[in-house]
Design a protein around this ligand. Structure first.
Ligand SMILES: C[S@@+](CC[C@H](N)C(=O)[O-])C[C@H]1O[C@@H](n2cnc3c(N)ncnc32)[C@H](O)[C@@H]1O
Length: 268
């Protein structure tokens, strides 16, 4: 049975609620603020677990040399097709973000939309951080967007697990986790039940259902793993893309870590 990541068109429709240009504005703003020693515009970007590569294609359109990496053959094919369709230059690599080697370095690395939840163990996270560190020169940034811990610890979730939106004249209805899906108290993994129904303009309807494992990483676990892995310092953390909202703010709804590659430290 194909899962949601084998169905890029449905995945894209499910995630079409995002304002990708606004999120890319924030990535470039933070690069200018926190990149060191040469703050300013990064010239190259590596997007991990990129799926259809919305953010790296937008960065490529803004002139960056963009490379996108994903485990799913279907997602890689889709990223390549979408880039070709609007003549955007994009290098697509099918690989595992837990351990990869691309034989070059980048000015910026990004992982969007809580894709780090697919690193299920501390060993996975440490290998991932070491791989990313090997691909960044000192002073370059790694920006990772994760779910806000209040979704797990707060009295009320800050994001919804069910939503619907209008997409290209059609409608998409999504359930992603929530409901009776329970986090395993030992592994911190939730087997999230996913259902995406896309009614396209013209009437064709498709539904994909899946069960996707999601590892919840707390803020302090991430800080500890970053220290243990070596190679990075936490330069900043934010709770939103639109304004530079602190991750601690009551209205923060994402946990966005800005990591700076440190000179003379390990990390691979
Ligand atoms: C929630 S989607 C996010 C896609 C994209 N970052 C975005 O913002 O739309 C998660 C992606 O992670 C990919 N993925 C899962 N495990 C992976 C791994 N070990 N290495 C690389 N990609 C992985 C999936 O194929 C999927 O495309």
């Amino acid at each position: 049975m194909p899962g949601i990541y084998d169905e890029p068109e449905l995945y894209e429709a499910a995630c079409a609620y995002r304002d990708v240009p606004c999120e890319v504005d924030a990535l470039l703003r933070w690069s200018g603020q926190h990149g060191n020693p040469d703050p300013g515009r990064p010239r190259s970007v590596l997007e991990l677990a990129a799926g259809p590569a919305e953010h790296s294609r937008e960065l490529a359109r803004r002139g960056l040399d963009a490379t996108t990496l994903d485990l799913s053959a279907a997602m890689c094919a889709r990223a390549g097709e979408l880039a070709a369709a609007d003549a955007t230059r994009l290098t697509v690599v099918q690989a595992d973000m837990r351990d990869f080697s691309l034989s070059r370095q980048f000015d910026l690395a990004i992982t969007m939309l809580n894709s780090l939840c697919h690193l299920l163990t501390l060993d996975d996270l440490l290998r991932h951080l070491a791989s990313v560190a090997r691909h960044l020169a000192p002073g370059s940034l790694y920006i990772a967007e994760l779910a806000h811990p209040a979704d797990f610890f707060g009295a009320e979730r800050r994001t919804s697990s069910e939503w619907s939106s209008e997409v290209d004249g059609g409608t998409v209805r999504v359930r992603w986790g929530g409901g009776s899906d329970e986090i395993d108290p030992i592994t911190q993994i939730t087997r999230e039940h996913v259902s995406v129904t896309y009614r396209k303009r013209g009437g064709a309807v498709r539904t994909v259902t899946d069960v996707v494992p999601n590892r919840f990483w707390t803020a302090t676990e991430l800080t500890a793993a970053i220290r243990l892995a070596g190679g990075f310092a936490v330069a900043a953390s934010y709770g939103d893309f639109g304004a530079d909202t602190p991750v601690e703010a009551a209205d923060a709804w994402r946990m966005i870590l800005v990591l700076r590659r440190e000179a003379g430290t390990s990390g691979g």
